[in-house]
Design a protein around this ligand. Structure first.
Ligand SMILES: [Zn+2]
Length: 254
């Protein structure tokens, strides 16, 4: 049997004498995704993408271990949407601190957070944790920002739209409700100019932005688009895992 790169599916028998070059921490969220995708969409995406990319990186010779996904994300802007579960950024920082300490104790010095949720932003935390733990090289990767070489989707996707729905139709079709019954993901934009131009920022009040919790129209989503997208982003992530595994930190800048 081929060794799995996923810690939750591994046994001590295999792990106790194994060394790894990089750990991957999938980080999702638990939140409503329009009316047709499940609350666990971001968790499912992060977990499956991380495993598939780690397998590919492993085949190329990288030693990767995927940690269990953190199921809750920052949902402060969706606090009034039923059973969206919020994890504050300060709690995320504490979780990361404990995970990093555990990894360092076991001779792991590289960590990639594979993020699948727009409300999560670990960059400032990674700056702070990087100072505190100079022995750990920290990365964040947002899979949904991977640039595509060709157009796969007709409509832009922000949340539960064409891209995310296509991906879920490929990964977990049994969890996707009929698209005819889904909301259209229509959204409003804030009237303040600087925020529209994106040099100003304020948190989006989700229930004022969208009626169905979606931002982006899911109606043109297909399984085929999802498969094409999945294959491409997994390849890009596998490359990231491989590069981080094989790059010596002292020689990272050329
Ligand atoms: Zn999502």
């Amino acid at each position: 049997m081929k060794p799995t790169p996923v810690l939750a599916k591994s046994h001590w028998k295999q792990i106790r004498n194994e060394e790894f070059e990089v750990a991957v921490l999938p980080w999702g969220a638990t939140e409503a995704h329009n009316t047709h995708l499940p609350y666990g969409t971001d968790i499912i995406e992060a977990e499956i993408l991380a495993e598939a990319a780690a397998l590919q990186a492993q085949e190329k010779g990288a030693k990767v271990i995927v940690l269990p996904a953190i199921p809750f994300g920052v949902n402060t802007g969706q606090h009034d949407i039923r059973l969206d579960i919020n994890l504050n950024p300060s709690t995320q920082l504490k979780i990361l601190e404990d995970v990093i300490e555990s990894l360092l104790r076991h001779n792991l010095h590289k960590l990639i957070i594979l993020n699948s949720h727009g409300g999560n932003d670990f960059r400032q935390m990674l700056r702070e944790l990087g100072l505190k733990f100079p022995g750990m090289w920290l990365f964040q990767a947002n899979f949904y920002q991977i640039p595509l070489p060709e157009k796969i989707f007709d409509e832009p996707d922000d949340h539960a739209g064409e891209m995310e729905t296509s991906l879920m139709l490929y990964l977990k079709p049994e969890l996707v409700l009929p698209l005819e019954e889904a909301g259209d993901g229509a959204s409003k934009t804030i009237s303040i100019g600087a925020v529209r131009q994106k040099w100003g920022w304020t948190e989006r009040e989700w229930s004022k932005v969208t009626r169905d919790t979606g931002v982006g129209n899911p109606k043109k989503a297909t399984r085929e688009k999802g498969e094409k997208y999945f294959r491409y982003v997994v390849g890009e992530m596998a490359q990231l895992f491989f590069e981080v595994a094989k790059t010596r930190r002292e020689e990272a800048y050329t």
